[in-house]
Design a binder for this molecule. Structure first.
Ligand code: ACM
Length: 261
């Protein structure tokens, strides 16, 4: 199967324009799974909860029809980050748009810095979604620093971690190599590029979107500043082999009774 990470530079507040850009990037490269950045439709640095709410969507929003259609016309799944409106709640979420039209949402569990003033943290464990025989798990940006998230997905059978990101710290892209080795899974980290200067802050996003294999090989990695779609051909079945040595299985060698975490 072909996985694509879409490294893009969303324009703050331009939901329609960002969606059009996402569609044209999806249509520019053939893949079976496209992973797009966190908050790809709205941008990142909100002045207030009210502003974020005005740029948020429900999962049924028509903007996802256009993005879904771009994937479905190629028989592909799309994962994209967005600000999710849910009643009175506001979440930093990712939506998985399956080729059969089904939609699944993951709400970021670990919020980063100022996100805590805008969003509520997700209160559901990340779950594994099977699409056409491939088991996918979603995680969002800062979730990477909590190994429990990738582990929960891997123990649930995920073969590919779909990781939508707006990374500003310099560690994650290298750290995802370890997340993949310690769980023997693939990871597709789609980061954004460019910067935002709003709400009294200035952030530069670090690009370097990547696809990493279960043995830690960085199969593709983008640069720090360019928009683009990077594609890798992978065999998801490789993630089912948890054998590290003939006598070490990553999962059955675990001793949760000792860690007590
Ligand atoms: C982040 O979680 N957006 C750094």
């Amino acid at each position: 199967m072909r996985i694509a990470v879409v490294q893009m530079r969303p324009a703050f507040g331009d939901v329609e324009g960002n969606a059009r850009r996402a569609v044209s990037m999806i249509e520019s490269e053939r893949a079976d799974l496209y992973v797009l950045p966190e908050l790809a439709l709205s941008g990142y640095l909100f002045e207030s909860k009210e502003e974020a709410t005005s740029l948020a969507q429900e999962p049924s929003d028509p903007v996802f029809d256009e993005i879904s259609e771009a994937g479905r016309s190629a028989g592909a799944t799309v994962v994209v980050g967005f600000a999710e409106k849910a009643g009175e709640g506001l979440y930093n979420s990712a939506i998985l748009l399956a080729p059969d039209g089904a939609r699944f949402v993951y709400r970021k569990v670990q919020l980063f810095a100022g996100e805590k003033d805008i969003f509520e943290p997700g209160d559901e464990p990340p779950r594994v979604i099977e699409v056409e025989g491939v088991r996918l798990g979603m995680m969002i940006c800062f979730d990477w620093i909590f190994p429990e998230v990738a582990r929960t997905l891997a123990l649930g059978g995920a073969q590919i971690l779909c990781h939508s990101a707006n990374l500003v710290l310099p560690y994650c892209q290298d750290a995802m190599v370890t997340r993949c080795i310690e769980n023997r899974v693939f990871a597709a980290t789609a980061n954004r590029v460019g910067g935002e200067a709003r709400a009294g802050q200035e952030l530069t996003f670090t690009g370097m979107s990547e696809i990493v294999a279960p043995d830690g090989e960085v199969v593709v990695r983008a640069d720090v500043e360019s928009e683009g779609v990077l594609v890798a051909g992978v065999d998801p079945g490789r993630a089912d082999d948890k054998q590290v040595t003939p006598r070490n299985d990553l999962f059955s060698d675990r001793r949760p009774e000792i860690y007590r975490l």
